[in-house]
Design a protein around this ligand. Sequence first.
Ligand SMILES: [Zn+2]
Ligand SMILES: [Zn+2]
Length: 450
Amino acid sequence: MSSRFKCFILSCLLLILLLLMLQPVAAEKQNQKLLQDQKLSQAIDREIEKHRPELIKIRRFLHMNPELGNQEVETARLVATKLTSLGFEVKTGVAVTGVVGLLRGFRPGPTVAIRADMDALPIQELNNIPYRSLKPGVMHACGHDLHTTIALGTAMVLSSLRSRLQGNIKFIFQPAEEGLPEAQEGGAALMIKEGVLGDPPVRAIFSLHVWPELEVGKAGYASGYLMASSDNFVITIEGKSAHAARPQEGIDAIVLAAGIINNLQTIISRYLDPTEPAVITIGKIQGGARANIIAEKVVMEGTVRTLNEGIREKIPELMENIISGITRSYGAKYSFRYLKGTPPLYNHPDLVQAMLPALELALGKNNVVAVKPQMVAEDFALFGERVPVFMYLLGVRTPGVAQAAPLHSPYFNPDERAIPVGIKAMCYLLLEALEQQAAMSKSEVSDVIK
Ligand SMILES: [Zn+2]
Ligand SMILES: [Zn+2]
């Protein structure tokens, strides 16, 4: 090898090393540009404080008037009225009762989005609070009243910063996150089908879920998987009835059901890699007529959760092998319906990495904590199959309270002081994401010109 060639290789290596060293510095500088702007952060704090009383009123109104999936008529009206008054371009009736508002910045540029879900649950509220649900059997037990309020608050604050925006922010208010009867379409899937991610195309979407395990002021994040997939199933076993004292003349569907229930758990404990989390739960079982008759029929319903798409694909077949094996060996019949629901929720690692400094700046570095993936599910995952997404968990537990009621509990009662925290976090994330996307677009354009 000639010395000139060696010298050339060495300079190349040095150049690469220099570029690698400069990259994080450049990224950091970019963050500092926007987020270190004292005036901007003061303006955000001022705006949040200004709107806080109105936002608490909005949250309490939503809490008192909860609406189930695809019936969020009053909620959607409130959201659309507010967004229109802020001067947004507003579309209503998206995916039945959804609302989409577009905030256009003074300068044209890319579009980033925030998504909030609006639906309540069929649960009777048992909290004794002045703003408890007025609708018997319906309650905001998953905190979607806070999600809607936080997104509206973010809209109010960012609309006052329009002159600073290079690009657009799309506000997606989604109906029916909690699922619908089988025959109905809705939620994130229908919003996507109706084109919510286009016109203008969305480059990244942010969302949050209130989290009673975390204190107010804190946020939890996961890079990669945050939540599991969620599929449902129905198993029907048909045996033969007989006198309870003459089992030899019947086929006992209850005994077969017991065998199936126990054996399904061996899929988790014996079939799957123990380092891969998965859950099979039978949550409902119905069968039999009375104490002295062998049961002819048992119907069981349940859910499957996992963080791994490969395992998700395998589980239905493993389940059916067990069900058919047990029923066949006793001469019973069965039917098995497996209903695919939402995929695992995957936070795009590059987006999380790029956005974490903004979240830390908004809430304080010590208040942003890494969390393990959760086995609950969110249909926000469907957006994540098409666009990079980042959902984080927002603390709503009152400081000093050891344990707060969990999500979907009739006692769920998030601390409202999380509302301004959520708004600040969302403002920082959206502003930073827009700035980064605009910078990327510029470099794309200059690449083309070159
Ligand atoms: Zn829920
Ligand atoms: Zn929820």
